[in-house]
Design a protein around this ligand. Structure first.
Ligand code: PLP
Length: 396
């Protein structure tokens, strides 16, 4: 339309004229029906191939509202035991206080899902790929049960982005992203989104309205802007992921590389079947914690920070961030030894990244075993931490 703006304007308004005789729907930004929020929802639904999508003010807002919409006091959830820390705390600590119990299962086993289901089970909950070991579990196992018993299958697929994985195609009823990560892509906003049938999304909107987790129009506009480059960003994230994973795998300083695109990853075959790209997250296991500290401390292009999915490469150590609450032994049992460094590869040139990581590896191999670099690497305030009361133990 001649004269119309190429870029949709932000409708930075809390409320809208209306509320008179004959008005059937009131527009109010907390209801998630501000035009900027609605346009964003339509865009994400188109990406996911779902009837509808609802943006939130954070990924946790989307997760909590979805579970609250589906389960009430007396109900039960079956969840994969491989979960983002705050989601685990929500299910393990917070929701039981509101009468909703969760059983955690090994998501690899179809029998485990089946055995955990009770007559009052309302939600099956899965996350893939997982943080930080990038496990990819088969959603078809819980999807079969969800169909047969009319239990909602909910999945957090933040690490994949809708470019690499579209959950609705695999039987997931509520597909959730922390849009803070790949969807936004620039580490400049906090947002979440849930996609599914129109009926389910309207149920979840009920919780959005009551618990007040709406996205601000400005963040919605930024997210819409980020999504415009999602597919080209993901192409580069996927390419950098594969190239850097192979490069690290050749390095003598590296004990192991964790990347679903490598044939030695336990879920390589399944990831190849389910995903359209292996993503930009790579785990690199160095000799020990001292080597990991020295590696992180020597980087100049990549920066030490929690969170992921942005255009800039960020590195973090799960023992200081997402898994600070666990003991060394517990972490080792999960495949996260003290030398584990998580890389969120950005869209930089792969050779520039290699030069930077070369510096890190040299510092890591020179580090004295047992020493610890106290600089910026040690205690980053963390968006990946469990973050709810009782969710952490002291370090040490
Ligand atoms: N889900 C996953 C897999 C995450 O990594 C995160 C944050 O790190 C969240 C959910 C929570 O998202 P937000 O920080 O946007 O609330």
């Amino acid at each position: 339309m001649r004269g119309a703006p190429v870029v949709p304007p932000i409708v930075q308004s809390a409320t809208f004229f209306g509320g008179g005789v004959g008005d059937t729907e009131l527009l109010y930004t907390r209801y998630g029906n501000n035009p900027t929020q609605l346009a964003l929802g339509r865009k994400v639904a188109a990406l996911e191939g779902t009837e509808a999508s609802l943006p939130f003010g954070s990924g946790m807002g989307a997760i909590a509202a979805t579970i609250l919409a589906l389960a009430e006091a007396g109900d039960h959830v079956v969840a994969s035991r491989f979960l983002y820390g705050a989601t685990k705390v929500l299910l393990e600590t917070e929701l039981p206080r509101r009468g909703v119990e969760t059983t955690f299962v090994d998501p690899l086993s179809s029998d485990a899902w089946t055995a955990a289901i009770r007559p009052n089970t309302r939600v099956l909950y899965l996350e893939l790929p997982t943080n930080p070991t990038l496990r990819v579990f088969d959603p078809r196992l819980p999807a079969v049960l969800s169909r047969a018993r009319e239990i909602a299958l909910v999945a957090d697929v933040t690490f994949a982005s809708p470019v690499n994985f579209r959950g609705a195609e695999w039987g997931i009823d509520a597909v959730i992203h922390s849009a803070t990560k790949y969807l936004g892509g620039h580490s400049d906003l906090i947002a979440g989104v849930v996609s599914g049938s129109s009926a389910l999304i309207e149920r979840i909107r009920g919780m959005l309205k009551l618990y007040g987790a709406a996205i601000d129009p400005h963040a919605a506009w930024l997210l819409d802007r980020g999504i415009r480059t999602l597919s080209v960003r993901m192409e580069r994230h996927n390419r950098n992921g594969m190239e850097l994973a192979r490069w690290f795998a050749e390095r003598p300083e590296v004990a192991a590389v964790v990347y679903p695109g490598l044939p030695d990853h336990p879920d390589h075959a399944l990831a190849t079947e389910l995903l359209d790209g292996y993503g930009g997250m790579v785990g690199v296991v160095l000799r020990d914690g001292a080597a990991a500290d020295a590696f992180c401390g020597a980087l100049e292009l990549a920066r030490v920070a929690p969170s992921l999915g942005g255009v800039e490469t960020l590195v973090s150590q799960p023992r200081y961030t997402s898994h600070v609450a666990q003991s060394t032994g517990e972490r080792e049992a999960l495949g996260i030894p003290d030398g584990f460094v998580r890389l969120s590869l950005g869209i930089e040139d792969a050779d520039d990244l290699k030069r930077d990581f070369e510096r890190g590896l040299a510092a890591g191999s020179g580090a004295e075993t047992g020493s610890r670099v106290e600089a910026s690497t040690s205690s980053v305030p963390d968006a990946d931490q469990p973050g709810a009361p009782g969710g952490r133990r002291a370090r040490g």
